[in-house]
Ligand binder design. Structure first.
Ligand code: ADP
Ligand code: ADP
Length: 240
């Protein structure tokens, strides 16, 4: 039962008269409830792929479907379909390498941000934010500011914020690349726990095979804008 599907996804960047094919016919199938890793070297097209799934980037051709909804059709009407797009986005949580927290806001207010955008009332926002902070193990940091937190704690806030809109899927763009090995393990464990407890589907991109080995059920290897290998991690690792 695929929850994220891309079909013949292509992205060509044009800058200063030059063309770069970042995605070259990518077919991705992520099943509901799995942790799926896309691994590859810098420049392989991983960021472009995840940005197309998150509607931050408009594909040149092909389709992206998340939870049964064709996002490519929505993204094509960026201006007019504002509310449909916002709705679709709220079902997709995104976690970033550099956390992307708002430094002038408290931890709780950072987690409330997506709920504000969705128009959730103040009281309900606060209740939800505190619940999510408990879930990621930061119940006692609600009133702190991002600068007062460690890298791992900042990423926990990033994860809580990503969960605020009750997403079906969580996208992670190198979420542990800026963290030390021990913190990396604890963040990967948190993602795994959330996957198991909430049935959350996780699509993550990484340049580290270790991340894939640690938490992914399935994975795709990208090179030059293409998926060159994909399948269950146990089977991929068994291939000589
Ligand atoms: P990865 O995430 O695997 O490092 P990217 O998706 O960032 O790969 O990049 C894939 C290719 O697309 C690279 O050659 C990169 O230079 C190019 N690229 C990415 N974004 C842009 C952009 N906005 N404009 C032009 N080229 C880009
Ligand atoms: P990542 O670590 O995600 O691959 P990069 O440093 O490659 O990040 O890219 C950072 C930003 O710059 C992204 O938004 C990407 O789309 C853009 N970018 C990457 N390569 C190019 C390029 N050749 N020309 C213009 N923009 C680019």
């Amino acid at each position: 039962n695929p929850v994220i599907t891309t079909t013949d996804l292509t992205k060509v960047y044009r800058s200063r008269g030059r063309e770069v094919t970042a995605l070259d016919g990518v077919d991705l199938h992520v099943r509901e409830g799995e942790v799926y890793g896309v691994v590859g070297q810098s420049g392989a097209g991983k960021s472009t792929l995840i940005r197309c799934v998150n509607l931050l980037e408009r594909p040149t051709s092909g389709t992206v479907t998340v939870a049964g909804q064709d996002l490519t059709a929505l993204a094509g009407r960026r201006q007019s379909a504002g509310s449909a797009l916002r709705q679709a986005r709220s079902r997709i949580g995104m976690v970033f390498q550099h956390f992307n927290l708002v430094s002038s806001r408290t931890v709780r207010d950072n987690v409330e941000l997506p709920l504000e955008i969705l128009g959730v009332s103040g009281k309900e926002r606060t209740r939800k934010a505190l619940e999510l902070l408990e879930l990621v193990g930061l119940g006692d940091k609600a009133r702190a500011y991002p600068a007062q937190l460690s890298g791992g704690q900042k990423q926990r806030v990033g994860i809580a914020r990503a969960l605020a809109g009750d997403p079906k899927v969580l996208l992670s763009d190198e979420a542990t690349s800026a963290l030390d090995p021990e913190t990396t393990r604890s963040i990967l464990q948190l993602l795994r726990d959330l996957n198991e407890q909430l049935g959350l589907t996780v699509l993550l991109i990484t340049h580290e095979m270790d991340v894939v080995k640690t938490i992914c059920d399935s994975a795709a290897l990208m090179r030059d804008g293409r998926i060159v290998e994909s399948g269950k991690v146990s089977e991929l690792l068994a291939t000589p």
